[in-house]
Design a protein around this ligand. Structure first.
Ligand SMILES: [Zn+2]
Length: 440
């Protein structure tokens, strides 16, 4: 009986602790918006800057968008949609309830014992993917991986974030990067802080390339660079304070409202950079290209190996997409190859994905999203650093509890997210290798 009381006490104390969070989102409504044509798409997606509402996913013909709107802007938002005859529905009347729910399921997942049976014979236990991991934990893990496998993995620092966090990345190689003929593949995640599921993809890649290798050709034929947390300050802030934080944590706005902090790192690169005077927007690009230490650090790693990197993948969520440049809609000269490799990768993921998740869409960023993106990392990698194959992955969104609320984490899905994304990356790598062999 005592145990029962204890369980009830633990349940309710957890419940009240988690419900005291996320006050900043109380009353925020998440809308699903359906557009019938390109004109409506431009209008709806333009509300991101016009009203400073938070576009979770852009609307395009054939694919609904998701937009989070604060309580006080709801009437104006709905009036604007109606004036343009845009259809909408409400996915979550008060997003805070969804966030409280996420806290509950994450706390539950965190308290479950780790299943070590599958990793019993491994030198190092991989980080369990059905739990969330904070910045320090991931950084320490990278060090542990390199200590346990010194002949295969080396941990390096790309430099410090604005708040001074060490942006570590892993170099994976059987020849310590000395065999310069080997193509390099560079994987990066969490450039956008709130896209937590993306971490599963890079962590699982580390697991399969270093700790629990089953595809030896991928370890022998390639060198790998993996940077799991490209926006550490924003990522920590999304854990401690605002779950839907996207940007970094540098203030370019002087005495401004709290949400005006930060630069969208994925607009801070110098290919097609487009300036903006409004630091409050979710896609504020910063005062000039490479104004942010995080973008400079990423550029440094890309440039150091650019002559050997054959493929770069910037992993985001959500939307089940594989996208290629440029963000303005102008196609790269090798767009046909990008499409070919992208479709191969998407089909590999689709073959093993959960039936409840949508099939992957492959295409040009502006074309698929229905909006243009300027100064993005993908375009810097492809054009600035000259990497032939540069992609953006958008992992599947959350679909629990009958709602679609994009960024939330389902502990039951996160390992699957890593497993299926790895299928795409593997296929991309092998496609590159086979085409290089054919050419030589
Ligand atoms: Zn993103």
């Amino acid at each position: 009986m005592a145990n029962l009381y204890k369980s009830i006490f633990v349940f309710f104390s957890t419940f009240f602790v988690v419900c005291a969070r996320h006050e900043v989102y109380d009353g925020h409504t998440l809308y699903e918006v359906v557009v019938k044509n390109a004109k409506q798409a431009v209008f709806v997606n333009g509300l991101e800057n016009e009203m400073l509402v938070d576009v979770f996913s852009y609307a395009n013909t054939g694919r609904a968008g998701e937009i989070l709107v604060p309580k006080e802007q709801k009437m104006e938002f709905e009036a604007k949609l109606m004036s343009m005859d845009v259809e909408y529905s409400i996915l979550s009347k008060n997003i805070k309830e969804q966030l409280d729910w996420e806290d509950m399921i994450l706390a539950e997942a965190a308290s479950k014992p780790v299943n070590r049976s599958s990793s019993r014979n491994l030198r190092l236990a991989p980080l369990p993917l059905d739990k969330t991991h904070r910045f320090e934990e991931v950084n320490n893990y990278l060090v542990r991986v390199s200590n346990a496998y010194p002949n295969r993995a080396t941990v390096e620092s790309a430099g410090r974030s604005f708040e001074g966090r060490d942006m570590k990345y892993l170099k994976i190689s059987t020849t310590n990067f000395k065999d310069r003929r080997k193509p390099v593949i560079f994987l990066l995640s969490l450039l956008h802080a709130r896209e937590w599921v993306a971490l599963s993809a890079t962590l699982y890649a580390i697991e399969k390339l270093v700790i629990d290798v089953s595809d030896h050709d991928l370890v022998n034929d390639f060198d790998w660079i993996i940077m799991p947390i490209a926006n550490p300050d924003g990522f920590e802030f999304s854990h401690t304070t605002e779950r839907f934080w996207r940007k970094n944590r540098r203030n370019h706005g002087g005495k401004i409202k709290p949400w005006c902090m930060g630069v969208d790192l994925n607009r801070n690169f110098d290919v097609d950079f487009k300036s903006s005077k409004d630091p409050c927007g979710q896609t504020f690009p910063g005062p000039h290209p490479f104004s942010e230490p995080e973008s400079v650090n990423i550029r440094r790693v890309l440039n150091a190996y650019s002559n050997r990197i054959h493929m770069f993948i910037d992993i985001h969520s959500f939307g089940s997409m594989i996208l290629f440049g440029r963000g303005t809609g102008k196609l790269a000269p090798n767009a046909t190859t990008l499409k070919f490799v992208g479709v191969n990768m998407a089909q590999a993921i689709d073959r093993v994905k959960w039936p409840s998740k949508p099939k992957y869409t492959v295409g040009n960023i502006a074309d698929v999203l229905g909006t243009r993106a300027f100064g993005i990392l993908n375009d810097y990698a492809q054009i600035g650093a000259g990497i032939p194959l540069s992609f953006v992955y958008e992992l599947p969104g959350y679909q629990g509890r009958g709602d679609k609320t994009g960024f939330l984490i389902e502990p039951s899905f996160t390992r699957q997210a890593g497993v299926e994304t790895w299928e795409g990356i593997k296929t991309g790598a092998r496609t590159i290798r086979d085409s290089v062999k054919k050419e030589s």
